[in-house]
Ligand binder design. Structure first.
Ligand SMILES: Cc1cc2nc3c(=O)[nH]c(=O)nc-3n(C[C@H](O)[C@H](O)[C@H](O)COP(=O)(O)O)c2cc1C
Length: 332
């Protein structure tokens, strides 16, 4: 009979989980632990959905999938078995995953648990970096590790080469313009951007994490300020040929978005352990017409879930998270 977890272990698990990335740092998750069932349930917090940019809640599921992956890593690091089920209750779509946690048998960790536990140090080190990277190429062996990480979670992760890379860069710019011309989305972005001179945020994107603006018109990072000029925000040159990779899944339902989120976080943690900095460019994924065009014209049969920019450069700053006691409830 497994023993129920103590509060400190639960808090540690949830703190690791919530270090995950989420769109606009909305942190659209809640956790419920039932002592009798030894189960930690991950729920969508629909009050934190982004109805303008993410009406289908695809990005919400991806952020929660990333949080679930961190939870699995944290459990493996603590020597716990984590039996995970995605969407365990078909009548309750906001119940995204259940994770039954118990002490691991004395036989020691299975190879997959050891692989997950090895990623634990990267959870606290991983941050989105919206800064320029240098032109050093990501070596082939590291690219292979990243695509293996995605494949382990049921997704594909491929670096883009010309002419597909040029198409995707054009689509990012086109989407950025569409965002700017859409008052609802622009307002939603502003709503989740935080001025740390006037507030101490627990969510949203703090101004110090936005990075400089690109001096050219080739930026791949999202312009959260809608083109507004902010005193003191520098314009600097970014890399001329950003190294972008596309994360795709074979299908496109809520369970696939949860898998995509887990694959994304696995890729990001492996990247972090290999001293890579990362950021995201999801603007074209959020416009259905443009999303379709992101597919590789020759090989692409999957559904585009995320565009990741990788390279060697400054690590991003730590961004705020809601305290654990605001997201975790413990039931007898
Ligand atoms: C589904 C998803 C979409 C995102 N889209 C973007 C994006 O288009 N541009 C961007 O700069 N960051 C994007 N992010 C990153 C979040 O803004 C970031 O994770 C959040 O602000 C927390 O910061 P951190 O990653 O440094 O912990 C996205 C994250 C997720 C999970």
């Amino acid at each position: 009979m497994p023993r129920s977890l103590d509060d400190a272990t639960l808090t540690g698990l949830v703190a690791d989980s919530t270090a995950a990335p989420s769109m606009h740092n909305a942190q659209p998750w809640r956790f419920r632990y039932t002592r009798t069932g030894h189960t930690l349930t991950l729920l969508a917090d629909l009050d934190r959905a982004l109805p303008e940019a993410d009406p289908a809640t695809r990005a919400l599921h991806m952020g929660c999938g990333a949080a679930l992956f961190n939870l699995r890593v944290s459990a493996a690091h603590r020597g716990l078995d984590a039996v995970t089920a995605l969407l365990p209750d078909p009548s309750a779509p906001a119940v995204l995953a259940s994770v039954r946690l118990g002490a691991r048998a004395d036989t020691g960790p299975a190879p997959e648990d050891a692989a997950l536990a090895a990623l634990h140090p990267a959870i606290a080190r991983r941050h989105t970096s919206r800064f320029p990277f240098d032109d050093q190429l990501v070596p082939e062996d590291v690219r292979t590790l990243l695509s293996e990480a995605a494949r382990a979670e049921g997704a594909d992760f491929s670096f883009l080469a010309s002419p597909h890379l040029d198409t995707v860069l054009d689509l990012i710019r086109e989407a950025e313009e569409c965002d700017r011309d859409d008052p609802g989305r622009a307002e939603e972005q502003r709503h989740w951007t935080r001025n740390t001179k006037t507030e101490a945020p627990i969510d949203g994107i703090p101004d110090y994490a936005l990075g400089p603006r690109d001096a050219s018109e080739h930026a791949t990072t999202r312009d959260f300020l809608g083109g507004a000029t902010v005193p003191g925000r520098a314009r600097v040159p970014f890399e001329k040929r950003p190294q972008l990779a596309l994360l795709t899944t074979p299908d496109d339902h809520s369970v696939d978005w949860l898998r995509a989120g887990q694959a994304l976080e696995r890729v990001l943690l492996v990247a972090t352990l290999n001293d890579l900095s990362t950021s995201f460019s999801t603007q074209p994924v959020e416009w259905p017409d443009l999303r379709w065009l992101l597919r590789d014209p020759v090989f692409g049969s999957g559904h585009a879930q995320m565009i990741v920019r990788l390279g060697y450069g400054p690590t991003g700053p730590r961004t705020p998270r809601r305290p654990t006691d605001q997201v975790l409830t413990i039931e007898p």
